[in-house]
Write a protein that binds this ligand. Sequence first.
Ligand SMILES: Nc1ncnc2c1ncn2[C@@H]1O[C@H](COP(=O)(O)OP(=O)(O)OP(=O)(O)O)[C@@H](O)[C@H]1O
Length: 228
Amino acid sequence: MSLKSVLKCQSVSRQFKMGSEYIQVLNEIDFSISQGEMVSIVGTSGSGKTTLLNLLAGLDDPSEGSVYMDEQAINKLGDVARAKLRNQFMGFVFQFHHLLPEFSAIDNVLIPHRIRNQVTKEARLYAQQLLQQVGLQDRMDHRPAELSGGERQRVAIARALVNKPGIVMMDEPTGNLDEQTSEQIQSMIESLNQQTGTSFVVVTHNQEWSNQFPTQYRLTKGQLTQVR
Ligand SMILES: Nc1ncnc2c1ncn2[C@@H]1O[C@H](COP(=O)(O)OP(=O)(O)OP(=O)(O)O)[C@@H](O)[C@H]1O
């Protein structure tokens, strides 16, 4: 039995116009991510990994082709509908955490709920539970400046999960962390996947980590090749 696809790219290309020239970054990419799937994407610098994540997230539109989230073509949606889709079905973690400095850890985790004006008691309890799961039960009231780099990244991961999204996209989530903290975050992502059934698509330069994913892709010359 094949699992339902959460996110799908159909013949996706992206080119950028620079003066009179076109740069073809992605060329007819087809792939899909199923419910609960763990996918890593590797590729050299400039190969188009961030460009691809931006398309998957609906932050940018393909020059050709379509990206589908739950069978819905993202590029057919207007800005408000896209923002809603992102807020309800997707979570994001970037290399730099983008936490709000004046908010505590728990309030940062609750931002997706705040955007929807739905900071309920249940939401707060779940945010506390997630912070516990990422080992930050004693840091809930700390502001980002009062947390270490790895702790901030763990807050960003808890925030990405608070809306129980179908998929979490991560762009180099451990890129600026030391080896030990990176390893902690890697195993945490794995157990969160097992506990929540959320799909993860992770862009990383870390080949060793990438090799641990059940599904691995490499982006080269605009093409996405499944390594396994
Ligand atoms: N808005 C843009 N306009 C023109 N060219 C762009 C634009 N965005 C990205 N590019 C080009 O597309 C290519 C891919 O960029 P992208 O950021 O996706 O690479 P990457 O694989 O994420 O790289 P890195 O690992 O260094 O972060 C680069 O050559 C970049 O210069």
